[in-house]
Design a protein around this ligand. Structure first.
Ligand SMILES: [Zn+2]
Ligand SMILES: [Zn+2]
Length: 195
């Protein structure tokens, strides 16, 4: 039990330098929902930042971490792509900001009022279009392995060689990109082939 919400406490969101903290309740609610989707705990890598600390970590001048509605998060056993895909399922993050850091275990989420997506490529932050912004190599490869129509989730998981929980995240992401569709009988059809 946290002192901020069911699973989170104030100290987790404190600025790393001065321990000041101020956090938007919307962010905390979103993180609780994300925890539900992941079925795993979430560790706050960076929550609130004061101006000085934001400068020190090379944060952008208008960082949402200053505005108190952002967090950089980690979850045991998840990589950045998996965190981003799960965050897409939470309305407040889907309508807000999600940052993908390929090759790392963390992702950024925030509750800004307009959707924004970006990806770190060769050390630089690159803005991405909403519909195609995250197609991690791993997911691309898994998708290419799919051959059949009318697959069950278990069959897809076997094809992709991942756990069913991760396959479900992949399938949601593929559905968002209109690459698969769920049938009435609960199975999935491939709609398109990737080049
Ligand atoms: Zn500080
Ligand atoms: Zn961040």
């Amino acid at each position: 039990m946290g002192d901020l919400s069911e699973n989170f406490s104030w100290w987790e969101f404190e600025c790393k330098c001065c321990h000041k903290v101020n956090i938007d309740p919307e962010l905390v609610e979103g993180l609780e929902d994300l925890r539900e989707v992941l079925q795993k705990k979430i560790i706050i890598n960076s929550g609130y930042r004061c101006k000085e600390y934001n400068k020190k970590v090379d944060g952008v001048w208008d960082s949402r971490h200053l505005i108190t509605d952002a967090a950089d998060i980690i979850s045991p056993g998840c990589d950045s792509a998996e965190l981003c895909m799960a965050a897409e399922q939470i309305p407040v993050f889907q309508g807000g900001g999600i940052g993908f850091y390929p090759g790392t275990r963390f992702a950024h989420v925030d509750c800004r009022s307009k959707p924004s997506r970006w990806k770190r490529v060769n050390g630089r932050i690159v803005g991405m279009p909403l519909d195609t912004w995250t197609m991690p190599k791993e997911l691309r490869d898994a998708y290419k392995g799919l051959k059949k129509q009318a697959m069950t989730l278990e069959e897809m998981a076997a094809f992709m060689d991942v756990e069913p929980a991760r396959a479900l995240l992949y399938v949601d992401e593929l559905a968002r990109k209109s690459l698969v569709a769920k049938r009435k009988d609960g199975k999935f059809d491939l709609l398109e082939r990737l080049a």
